[in-house]
Design a protein around this ligand. Structure first.
Ligand SMILES: [Fe+2]
Ligand SMILES: [Fe+2]
Length: 336
């Protein structure tokens, strides 16, 4: 087991992300100046070809749902605004790393970001898109572990698979600390704003967030819901405990949760959408759902959320059957 300072030193010396703070810092300074134009920021980003390619890739991903391709960073800034693009610059560097080595984690992060946006709209949060960056970066600590502590990462993964231990507990067992704390160190080192630092550090203990408790609660719940739907791979498949304080902050009714889940499942162009996907038989889907919730069966709220997921799975299956029947009867009519 390592002490906190050893981990902190490791995070401080992490290779692979060293140029990140410079450009993010520069852009952060620029966006607060009233005289800065979209072209100015576009120019700074474009001066780094690799970075601008990554930013463009993100802008053009299904994430923002633009119908056409956006070919210049400046155009993206005009459409999305300064702050969103600033966050994208940051996320883009992380994205590249996850895309290559941790595709499942990237999908999980993207899904968390989208879900946090859906929750944000529901609770009428101002600027719900601000949750995007927090969602994309919340598990950044897992990237740090995988990249800079590969041996420990192996041990953690082994505990998850062999002992059915949650990733969170396995990290504590192997490192003496979690990806949330490690991500928090990194966020501190990068000088990220507190509304990003809090969700990264406290998304598994949102009652400890002091500066951005709502944002943190949104990411906490989004993380649970995206795992509930079974999208992406956050390291283990099991739903983590729901934090009571976070749940109270969000003040969501059963109907709200139902509508959030429906939106997650149907939102067009979202990577979370299950529309048109080839699916497993219903029994298998329900079995997988039960497995995902098996560590939290004593929590009545999470059990209710599980039932909502189950109901949606049944409804989707009925819809699928109905459309199959229609297409069969149409085929017969064609032959007449
Ligand atoms: Fe996490
Ligand atoms: Fe997560």
């Amino acid at each position: 087991m390592k002490d906190v300072n050893t981990i902190r030193r490791k995070v401080e010396n992490i290779k692979g992300l060293p140029t990140l703070p410079g450009i993010v810092k520069k852009i952060s300074e620029m966006v607060v100046k009233p005289t800065t134009s979209a072209e100015d920021i576009g120019r700074v980003i474009s001066s780094d070809q690799v970075l601008s390619a990554k930013v463009l890739k993100l802008i053009n991903s299904a994430f923002y749902g633009f119908p056409g391709r956006i070919s210049s960073v400046t155009h993206g800034i005009v459409l999305l605004g300064f702050n969103v693009v600033k966050g994208l610059v940051l996320s883009a560097s992380v994205f590249d790393m996850m895309e290559g080595k941790m595709v499942g984690l990237w999908e999980h992060s993207l899904g968390t970001a989208i879900t946090s946006g859906i929750i944000g709209k529901r609770i009428k949060q101002e600027n719900p898109e601000e949750g995007n960056e927090a969602g994309l970066l919340h598990d950044i600590g897992k990237v740090v572990i995988k990249v800079s502590m590969p041996d420990e990462y192996e041990k953690i993964s082994k505990l998850v698979v062999e002992k059915e231990m949650s990733m969170f507990k396995a990290e504590k067992a192997v490192l003496g600390m979690t990806h949330a704390e490690i991500g928090g160190f990194l966020a501190e080192k990068w000088n990220l704003p507190q509304n990003l630092r809090d969700p990264i550090t406290y998304h598994h203990s949102p009652h400890r967030a002091r500066i951005a408790p709502k944002q943190t609660a949104m990411i906490h719940l989004a993380d649970i819901l995206i795992k509930g739907i079974g999208h992406g791979q956050g390291g283990d498949m099991w739903i983590p405990p729901l934090d009571k304080e976070a749940w109270q902050i969000l003040k969501l009714s059963k109907k709200d949760i139902e509508e959030i889940i429906i939106e997650m499942m149907t939102v067009e162009k979202s990577p979370v959408s299950t529309k048109g996907e080839e699916t497993e038989p219903l029994e298998v889907l329900v079995e997988e759902l039960e497995e995902r919730f098996k560590m939290v069966t004593s929590d009545p709220v999470l059990m209710e959320i599980k039932e909502i997921f189950k109901k949606q799975l049944v409804l989707k299956e009925e819809e699928r059957q109905a459309s199959l029947e229609t297409s069969v009867s149409e085929t017969f009519q064609d032959k007449k």
